[in-house]
Design a protein around this ligand. Structure first.
Ligand SMILES: [Zn+2]
Length: 308
């Protein structure tokens, strides 16, 4: 039965991850050897794509034999899961030279995932985000964080082990609270100086050790805008592989009172009515606009504007 949940961009990966099979090396090798197996090249985080013949794009898979040549061993291979009976792998290609020039000439091209996210079918964006997330972790965790020795890939790319101290290391998923603060019939958005001129978005921050999601949300609202959260509601989450975040989308009711930006984080905060929030999303509010549909902030603002 399908899981009933709000699906943000990068969520909704349709593959059966078959996570209980990852440690079965013989089974993984058998899958990788099958003619029907698909492999997705990812170059420095950018997935391999091709035109779909209908004006759009789709992921461009290559045969496992070619992926095996490119990976030169298990270190850069990832078992993504099963699509029905078909095994799907990804291969992490690093380095300055674009493999689409050679050895993948004529088979597709690499494009940045952020630019592709709204052009790929949503399920394919989620598959590419999963591969990117694991590979970003792999590239940042080549050494054991316990003893400092080089670590080795295990569980078909989903684990690293240390041959020196036997520590196991698993891919990181770092929780970030992203919250729309609301005070009755108005909501609070902020902007950072580095953002595109006129863009307003929800406030956000990493959850710290020893904090609940609600406590992290309340702390960030207090620190960044000087407002006091009195209740926190969950909306949805979004995998965000830049490099390893899980965005936890919240709507927080805050106590009556004014807001003020913390200069080190935000250059300004501003209240919007529901009508203004709808206009902001539609790009019809003078000089101000919301983040694109790719971002969970867009969906938080939309949900609140529509009465969530
Ligand atoms: Zn170690």
């Amino acid at each position: 039965m399908p899981l009933t949940a709000y699906t943000n961009i990068f969520a909704g990966n349709p593959l059966d991850r078959a996570s209980d099979r990852r440690s079965d090396q013989a089974w993984i090798a058998e899958q990788f050897a099958a003619d029907t197996t698909l492999a997705l090249p990812v170059w420095n985080g950018a997935p391999f794509i091709e035109d779909d013949g209908k004006g759009g794009v789709r992921l461009a898979y290559i045969p496992p034999g070619l992926a095996g040549e490119l990976s030169a061993g298990a270190e850069r291979l990832l078992f993504l899961g099963l699509w029905k009976q078909t095994a799907v792998f990804a291969v992490d290609l690093e380095g300055p030279a674009d493999p689409a020039a050679a050895p993948l000439a004529g088979l597709g091209r690499f494009e940045d995932l952020r630019g592709l996210a709204l052009r790929l079918p949503e399920t394919e964006a989620a598959i590419a985000a999963t591969a990117k997330g694991v590979f970003e972790w792999r590239r940042r965790h080549r050494h054991c964080s316990v003893c400092g020795q080089p670590s080795m890939v295990a569980d078909a790319g989903w684990k690293r082990t240390c041959p020196a101290c036997n520590a196991d290391h698993f891919p990181r998923t770092d929780p970030v609270a992203i919250m729309l603060a609301a005070q009755g019939e108005r909501c609070l958005l902020g902007r950072q100086a580095a953002w595109p001129k006129g863009m307003w978005s929800a406030l956000a921050g990493f959850i710290e050790p020893g904090e609940t999601i609600e406590e992290g949300c309340a702390r960030e609202l207090k620190e960044e805008a000087g407002v006091e959260a009195v209740s926190v509601r969950y909306h949805s989450t979004q995998p965000w592989p830049y490099p390893s975040s899980l965005m936890i989308g919240l709507i927080a009711e805050v106590a009556p009172g004014d807001a003020a930006p913390n200069d080190s984080e935000l250059e300004a905060v501003r209240w919007f009515t529901r009508e203004e929030a709808r206009a902001l999303l539609a790009g019809q509010l003078d000089g101000a606009f919301a983040p694109p549909r790719l971002a969970i902030a867009h969906h938080l603002i939309k949900a609140w504007a529509e009465g969530f």
